[in-house]
Design a protein around this ligand. Structure first.
Ligand code: FE
Length: 222
């Protein structure tokens, strides 16, 4: 048997002898791989466009994810909306252009939609298919956001899932679950907490956490 034949036989046999695993698990893995591949391709294209060479590109990528992309961006957007009603209006009408006013935008944020929490309505975001997420304002998604358990359960029982995050909602509060996609990414505008009158944007941004902008928690005074 040639080396090639052997390799082929091995792969073939392996595929059939693999212990049965939950279907959703292998499906999720391939989804993730596909999404990861797509992300890498997009990033490579972007970096090549900017004329960065390979090593610099890698360093730049790490730097971007550590310092430029992250929930601190979204927190600045929320804080601005809390202090500036005209900005809030623009944010709710066209979030992509509103966040661009603060210098945020680009990859995975092209069609951003902001949804406002009020005493009557609580919004929560999921991607039921994979892990679509508004990178320019929240950075990379947390592991639980990509988990099948969150993705399926938050649709079926949003109040139960929110309770697990410590968020109790009254029966009179309407819960809206927004399913992200490659086309539309959502950002939750949390309610401004009581007791923050007179706070400046920097102080306000400091109490807006990532989870509040996904909608699984509230923004709370520190
Ligand atoms: Fe997705």
């Amino acid at each position: 048997m040639s080396e090639h034949d052997h390799r082929h036989d091995h792969d073939h046999a392996h595929a059939h002898e693999a212990p049965p695993s939950p279907y959703h698990r292998s499906e999720r893995t391939s989804e993730r791989n596909a999404e990861l591949t797509e992300r890498v391709a997009k990033l490579e294209a972007l970096l090549t466009e900017k004329g960065l060479v390979a090593k610099d590109a890698l360093d730049k990528l790490v730097d971007v994810y550590e310092h430029d992309l992250g929930p601190m961006n979204g927190a600045k957007v929320v804080a601005r909306a809390w202090v500036d009603p005209a900005f809030k209006q623009r944010l709710l009408e066209n979030a992509t252009s509103a966040v661009a006013e603060l210098g945020f935008g680009g990859l995975q944020g092209e069609h951003l939609v902001a949804v406002e929490n009020t005493p009557q309505v609580h919004n929560v975001v999921v991607c039921t298919l994979c892990s679509c997420y508004p990178w320019p304002v929240l950075g990379l998604p947390p592991a639980w956001y990509k988990d099948a358990a969150y993705r399926s359960r938050v649709v079926i029982d949003p109040r139960g899932v929110l309770r697990e995050f410590g968020t109790e909602l009254g029966d009179d509060v309407e819960v809206r679950v927004w399913d992200s996609s490659a086309e539309v990414r959502y950002l939750v505008l949390p309610e401004r907490p009581a007791g923050t009158d007179g706070w400046n944007e920097e102080q306000l941004a400091a109490i807006v956490g990532r989870d509040a902008m996904i909608g699984v928690t509230r923004a709370l005074p520190a």
